[in-house]
Design a protein around this ligand. Sequence first.
Ligand SMILES: *[C@@H]1O[C@H](CO)[C@@H](O)[C@H](O)[C@H]1NC(C)=O
Ligand SMILES: *[C@@H]1O[C@H](CO)[C@@H](O)[C@H](O)[C@H]1NC(C)=O
Ligand SMILES: *[C@@H]1O[C@H](CO)[C@@H](O)[C@H](O)[C@H]1NC(C)=O
Ligand SMILES: *[C@@H]1O[C@H](CO)[C@@H](O)[C@H](O)[C@H]1NC(C)=O
Ligand SMILES: *[C@@H]1O[C@H](CO)[C@@H](O)[C@H](O)[C@H]1NC(C)=O
Ligand SMILES: *[C@@H]1O[C@H](CO)[C@@H](O)[C@H](O)[C@H]1NC(C)=O
Ligand SMILES: *[C@@H]1O[C@H](CO)[C@@H](O)[C@H](O)[C@H]1NC(C)=O
Ligand SMILES: *[C@@H]1O[C@H](CO)[C@@H](O)[C@H](O)[C@H]1NC(C)=O
Ligand SMILES: *[C@@H]1O[C@H](CO)[C@@H](O)[C@H](O)[C@H]1NC(C)=O
Ligand SMILES: *[C@@H]1O[C@H](CO)[C@@H](O)[C@H](O)[C@H]1NC(C)=O
Ligand SMILES: *[C@@H]1O[C@H](CO)[C@@H](O)[C@H](O)[C@H]1NC(C)=O
Ligand SMILES: *[C@@H]1O[C@H](CO)[C@@H](O)[C@H](O)[C@H]1NC(C)=O
Length: 504
Amino acid sequence: MASNQTIRLLLIFFLAFSAAANNCSTKPLTLPIGNVTLGNGVAVNRGVYVKLGNQVTSLRLTTNLNNTGVRNALDCDLLNSTARTVCLGASGSIYAPESSNTWRQVSPDEFASNVSTIDTHAVGETVIVGYETAKFSSNVEVKGYPLEVWSNLTSTNRSGLAIGSGSSFLQKLLSVSAAPSRAFGLFYGSRSQSRPTDGALTIGGIDLARLKGRWSNHSAGMQGLDYSCPLQVRIKDIRLNNTKGSFSLLADPQLTVPACIDPQQNAFTFTQAIYNLWSNFTGHPANGSLPGEPPFTSQTYPKDREPLIGTLTVTLDDGFETIIPHYELLSEERGNDAQGRYAVVNASRVMAAVSNDETLPVPILGGVYLSQNYLFVDYDKGTFHLATADLDTHDQDIVPICEGGATPSPSHGSRRLSGRKIAGIAVGVAAVVLIALALALWWARYRTRQDGAPRDGTSQKETPQNGTSQNGTSRDEASQGGTHKDAELEPNERRQELPTSAPS
Ligand SMILES: *[C@@H]1O[C@H](CO)[C@@H](O)[C@H](O)[C@H]1NC(C)=O
Ligand SMILES: *[C@@H]1O[C@H](CO)[C@@H](O)[C@H](O)[C@H]1NC(C)=O
Ligand SMILES: *[C@@H]1O[C@H](CO)[C@@H](O)[C@H](O)[C@H]1NC(C)=O
Ligand SMILES: *[C@@H]1O[C@H](CO)[C@@H](O)[C@H](O)[C@H]1NC(C)=O
Ligand SMILES: *[C@@H]1O[C@H](CO)[C@@H](O)[C@H](O)[C@H]1NC(C)=O
Ligand SMILES: *[C@@H]1O[C@H](CO)[C@@H](O)[C@H](O)[C@H]1NC(C)=O
Ligand SMILES: *[C@@H]1O[C@H](CO)[C@@H](O)[C@H](O)[C@H]1NC(C)=O
Ligand SMILES: *[C@@H]1O[C@H](CO)[C@@H](O)[C@H](O)[C@H]1NC(C)=O
Ligand SMILES: *[C@@H]1O[C@H](CO)[C@@H](O)[C@H](O)[C@H]1NC(C)=O
Ligand SMILES: *[C@@H]1O[C@H](CO)[C@@H](O)[C@H](O)[C@H]1NC(C)=O
Ligand SMILES: *[C@@H]1O[C@H](CO)[C@@H](O)[C@H](O)[C@H]1NC(C)=O
Ligand SMILES: *[C@@H]1O[C@H](CO)[C@@H](O)[C@H](O)[C@H]1NC(C)=O
């Protein structure tokens, strides 16, 4: 029967289509970033949940390191119980290697042969290295996970999950097939006081539902800065708007200044020169002191300065603009309370998400900067991208980014990043196929009933082909109504790159 043939043709077409698309055998790994209650059941840290052996940690992300580093629990053990809880929260997780029977310490030399680098540590910091079994929140378990355990009673360092360019975390996930590639998408979420939001780190994928507007493109890796940071941008302007007006924090508006993106600290960390202007325009108490008041830190202010800490607009050299809203920039004074939580410690003072470091050669754009942006990093391609984040969406539209796609080329990234269009096409194709199947069935019935002159079946066979090639644009837009906004994408040659998990 003609209709059977039609159906078979359509099926063959459909299967061939999905086979060509099937290049990512591993699904992207999405790890939530949020509050995790630590070992003693009291302290809380905002980070990525990682269970190291038998111990729960919650690690902050940092792009400046290559190996996961946790503070040795001994640093806090020496203290009384209240101080221990504070220490636990302030360290952003601790770990006791001697209490875990899956920990295997190795010599630095053996460690160095398995990881790309050993991170530099502060002089006097004691560091032991080895392997542990790491469990992530989606029940992904990784044996032989490389770990640096450091100890220093006075250091203000925090424990961190390293997502630097030589990250052994990303490398390990790839080597045990827990992620399809080292590329990652990050929605940082927010640590603001009034609108805290959980974030998500997607390894080997990108959450297109979070994207708004176009990409701002950058080269990853060291750009000749004498400062270790793989995510460097050039800033054209940092502008403070407040009740007194609009002020640039860059002394020379003709120049662009390099900056690093690193979410380890939530606040912006400005160089002294930028901070001096900021503190002047925001009315920070000179030298941090006011008569009859305990000293202010570089971040804290008397409450009446609130209107001066308005919004901050960061403009990159390509014109990409990020507006940090007032609620992200300002909170009541927060710190680690006696419960080891990050909480309000003095409601009579306000605190800005801007600090300074006179030793820094470049400003650091911390978590607050990423609270408004989606970050996508592909070290293998040497690129990273920023786009305005959709803060209101409740959708997830995760598209895998696979290792060594079909046709690596300089423009490869653009096609890889066009996942939503791909998904749109896939949905479109599936819809066309389904409609064609229904038509074919209807036609078969119609023929058995009517037995009249056959209609022209060819146009139906061709429908799906037309649907795919012609339709990257229109179908896709249809499928994007609602919350999705478009990242700029060109609909060319996208068929070979259909992701496996494209909705269908
Ligand atoms: C615990 O230690 C801290 C300093 O480490 C001290 O200020 C505090 O008074 C001690 N608390 C108790 C109950 O001993
Ligand atoms: C600890 O802090 C020092 C100095 O601030 C820094 O050089 C070092 O990289 C940090 N180490 C870790 C593991 O964060
Ligand atoms: C601890 O770290 C600080 C600064 O990070 C450093 O100055 C000091 O030498 C270190 N001390 C020890 C005992 O590790
Ligand atoms: C580290 O490398 C050595 C050889 O250099 C190998 O024998 C060992 O299994 C590796 N360990 C892990 C956990 O990958
Ligand atoms: C991380 O690894 C990359 C690539 O191996 C290297 O260029 C960078 O210096 C390393 N970073 C640190 C802090 O060691
Ligand atoms: C800041 O003020 C300038 C000058 O009035 C204005 O052009 C800009 O849109 C303002 N930015 C924000 C975020 O309000
Ligand atoms: C600090 O701000 C005042 C006005 O608020 C201005 O007159 C002064 O020039 C500023 N100082 C610097 C160093 O920018
Ligand atoms: C701030 O400190 C410097 C020196 O430390 C001093 O010369 C200056 O007078 C101080 N300013 C105020 C307003 O106290
Ligand atoms: C995380 O915990 C802090 C207290 O440490 C709380 O203020 C905040 O609302 C929590 N975040 C979320 C998203 O619930
Ligand atoms: C809290 O802030 C107020 C206003 O600056 C100050 O008077 C008070 O001493 C502060 N309390 C503490 C415990 O620092
Ligand atoms: C995807 O396909 C390319 C070429 O066909 C191949 O080189 C690559 O290894 C594949 N990637 C995965 C994750 O299967
Ligand atoms: C930025 O990168 C994306 C993806 O690689 C590409 O589609 C787009 O054209 C690039 N935009 C600019 C302005 O270069």
